[in-house]
Write a protein that binds this ligand. Sequence first.
Ligand SMILES: Cc1ncc(COP(=O)(O)O)c(C=O)c1O
Length: 406
Amino acid sequence: MFGTEKARVVKSSSSSPGLVQSEPRENGTTLSSHSVINLDHGDPTMYETYWQRMGDKCTVVITGSQSLSYFVNMKNLCWFLQPELEESIKRLHRVVGNAVTKDYHVVVGTGSTQLFQAALYAISPSDAPEPASVVCAVPYYSLYADVTDFLRSGLYKWEGDAHGFDKDGAYIELVTSPNNPDGTTREAIVEPGGGEGKLIHDLAYYWPNFTPITKPADHDIMLFTASKCSGHAGSRIGWALVKDEDVAKKMSKFIELNTIGVSKESQLRAAKVLGVIADGCQYCDSLDSDDVFKYGKLIMSERWKKLRDVVGQSDLFSLPVYPKEYCNFMGKFTTSNPAFAWMKCNRLVEDCAEFLRGHKILTRSGVRFGVDSKHVRVSMVSNDEEFDLFIERLQAIQEISNGYHI
Ligand SMILES: Cc1ncc(COP(=O)(O)O)c(C=O)c1O
């Protein structure tokens, strides 16, 4: 039903591999037995075939005279937010039922990575003697630590694992649900002790292709991104739903000082894409429909099945198991099919990422997520060709492991 797209690959070489665009080969594929497949990043190229099938539905024409001004609407708290995008965001959340938007302020950002920084700035006390502690339960999204401490802010500081955190003073707990890297549904865990706690909910993966939608989320600050919802990571559009007006104003101020707003072209494109997704959900209900979530769910569950089948052939690797829950969007019980596989190497191999690298599979080590090197995070949202080669190589590893008991 959905054709295979040309793959972006890392070519294997005797020196350390770098990311290169490979040349298509004569049979139409781009990967060979020498190619290194890069499943380290969560680059959502899986969606390419869906959007090709959608043809011109999302085409946006922008003339030379459009988008010259910095400004959109100075009366709006987020003065650089395109009204079309705000409308599409609210409509999509209404249709999917994954977040409350009534009485929330929408703040747009250059990806949710910018909004994460804007939120840290907005909720850290500006007059505290010490920076606010930023924590997240392990395994946590690897970029949180890097981004939090990159500029050595005096306002906030990365303190690592939220388990057992009991430092006095202000703290910010990051709650990623479903979690990157392990796909679990999460809630805040820090018990407020001597300090004042604030929460940022990163809901990048709270969409029905990845996880059952059990209720509309209604937290103080919720971050979403087009990267994981529609697959348009390159457009760099994220949005925050923010309850408190002053926090939303401060987040907008951060973005004003950081990038003087957010690309109007990207916002218009995202508005169109999210609108087409909302239309697809509302008007179609067959699996062959235009519904990107049903498409995504089908692909993800096929991929997870293939992965579990191969992993199940021995005890060399293990994977998390997810409960079945009622998904209000799908109208039935479903299981999570996360965007990443959180794989553990159970025996002999100490450094799983290094071991898989030896088999030309690049993954991200558990160490980057605050855990150990026996774990790796593997992207499940690459294109078909890369995913199939990953499964093929894992199968070969299993056969060797079963035959020779490595
Ligand atoms: C949990 C989580 N939050 C945020 C992001 C970044 O999103 P964006 O592309 O919008 O910056 C990612 C990307 O992988 C993610 O996994």
